[in-house]
Structures are given as structure tokens and as C-alpha cells.
Design a protein around this ligand. Structure first.
Ligand SMILES: C[S@@+](CC[C@H](N)C(=O)[O-])C[C@H]1O[C@@H](n2cnc3c(N)ncnc32)[C@H](O)[C@@H]1O
Length: 212
């Protein structure tokens, strides 16, 4: 593969195949960090998750906060599970199949979630802009990503295989520098996020309130 070829994980087909081959690739429990920060989300508000996968975290947020949820992902397979789940549990969940790298928000939400969406550096610049545009003033973003230390430190082999897909904390601090940073920090954790994301990991975590 030449350095200009699109990488497999940048393609929806890569994710469709993975979701089709596994029952609940990232488990059925919500992302643990988002669950620990859910009190920041206004009861009865509306919440967008970018790269929501099968919607495990949104399903929790819908139940816990009575939130109206929007799940965006470019994998049709993942969104099918999201829709089944919403139907089965009668959750207010809207799904959008879109590539976050080219998607333009057409409205705003009270909160935006993003967990383990490991884009390349220039794609991340656009992602942060999209997150801010998707938030109402005063809205909350909660995010978690692998950070570059993960590859060099004494951690388990999980997550992206190259450093360019990992997110330095300083990058988050700069991208959300105009906003109120409630948390923006490196954390070493034991992930238990389904069969793929299980083990010791170096992550970057963000909770920010968009400037009004
Ligand atoms: C590691 S999974 C995490 C899924 C979910 N956030 C979770 O924690 O369960 C990454 C997700 O990002 C989606 N994804 C990757 N690149 C994307 C893009 N450019 N646009 C939309 N979705 C994307 C994949 O389809 C996959 O569902």
C-alpha cells in the first residue's frame, strides 16, 4: 500500500465487515468515561454522538438523562444495530449515515460525544471544528481517544497501530482553548470496552463547555 492509499480503517467497508463479524464489537455497556461524566448533560436535552458505532453509549444516555439522541457513523452495519436497539427499548434515537470528515452540521445539540474516533491529524482539525459547530453555546463535549504514549509505553496492544491516529492532550487543549475546559488530561486506564478494547491503555480525555 503506498503512503497515498487510503488506509483500511478510513473506509466504511472495513467497519461494516468488523461489525458484521462480531456481536457487539465494543460491548453493550456505555463508554466508561462518558458514563462517569453523564451528570454534565442536561436532563431532557439532545445529544449527538459522532462515530457512534452501535450506539451503546447513546442508549445509556437516552435512558439515564432522558436525552433525544442522534447517532452519526459511516458504517451502515453499526447504525442498523443502533436502530434495532432504539426500536427494542423504545429510545428516542435518530441515525445519520455520514462521513464525519465531510459532514456539515445542519443544527446544534446540547452535547456532543466522541469515543475512540482515531482520525489522522488534518482530519482531526476538521473534527474539532465540526464538534464546536454542532454545539449550542454552553453545550458540552465529552471525548476519549488513545494518546501517542500508548505506543511507546508499557500498555497492552490495542487501539490504532500508528501514532498519527492518536491524540495528544496539547492538541485538545489548543482546539478547545476558547472554551471552558472542565477536564483535558492524559489518563492511564484499564479499558473494558468490549472484546477489542480491553487492557491497559494511555488515553486523552476531554470535557469542555462551549464558550457562549
Ligand atoms: C473504534 S469504533 C468506536 C465506536 C463507538 N464510538 C464506541 O465507542 O463504541 C470507531 C467508529 O468510528 C466510525 N468511523 C470511523 N471513521 C469514521 C468517519 N470518517 N466518519 C464516520 N464514522 C467513522 C467507525 O465506523 C466505528 O463505528
Amino acid at each position: 500500500m503506498s503512503s497515498n492509499s487510503p488506509r483500511p480503517s478510513s473506509q466504511p467497508s472495513f467497519w461494516d465487515e468488523r461489525y458484521a463479524a462480531n456481536d457487539h464489537l465494543f460491548g453493550t455497556e456505555p463508554n466508561a468515561f462518558v458514563a462517569s461524566q453523564v451528570h454534565h448533560l442536561p436532563p431532557g436535552g439532545d445529544v449527538l454522538e459522532l462515530a457512534a458505532g452501535e450506539g451503546r453509549t447513546l442508549a445509556y444516555v437516552a435512558e439515564e438523562r432522558g436525552a433525544a439522541c442522534t447517532a452519526l457513523d459511516f458504517s451502515r452495519k453499526a447504525l442498523e444495530v443502533c436502530e434495532q436497539w432504539a426500536h427494542e427499548y423504545n429510545l428516542p434515537m435518530d441515525t445519520r449515515m455520514a462521513d464525519v470528515r465531510t459532514w456539515t452540521p445542519d443544527r446544534q445539540w446540547d452535547a456532543v460525544l466522541v469515543t475512540f474516533l482515531q482520525l489522522l491529524p488534518d482530519e482531526r482539525t476538521a473534527l474539532y471544528r465540526t464538534i464546536r459547530r454542532s454545539l449550542r453555546p454552553g453545550g458540552i463535549v465529552i471525548g476519549e481517544w488513545f494518546r501517542p504514549d500508548h505506543l511507546s509505553g508499557n500498555y497492552d496492544r490495542l487501539g490504532p497501530s500508528t501514532e498519527d491516529r492518536m491524540v495528544p492532550v496539547a492538541e485538545l487543549r489548543a482546539a478547545f482553548g476558547e472554551d471552558e475546559l472542565l477536564r483535558c488530561e492524559p489518563v492511564d486506564v484499564t479499558l473494558e470496552e468490549g472484546p477489542l478494547l480491553r487492557g491497559e491503555a494511555a488515553v486523552a480525555r476531554l470535557v469542555a463547555r462551549r464558550a457562549t
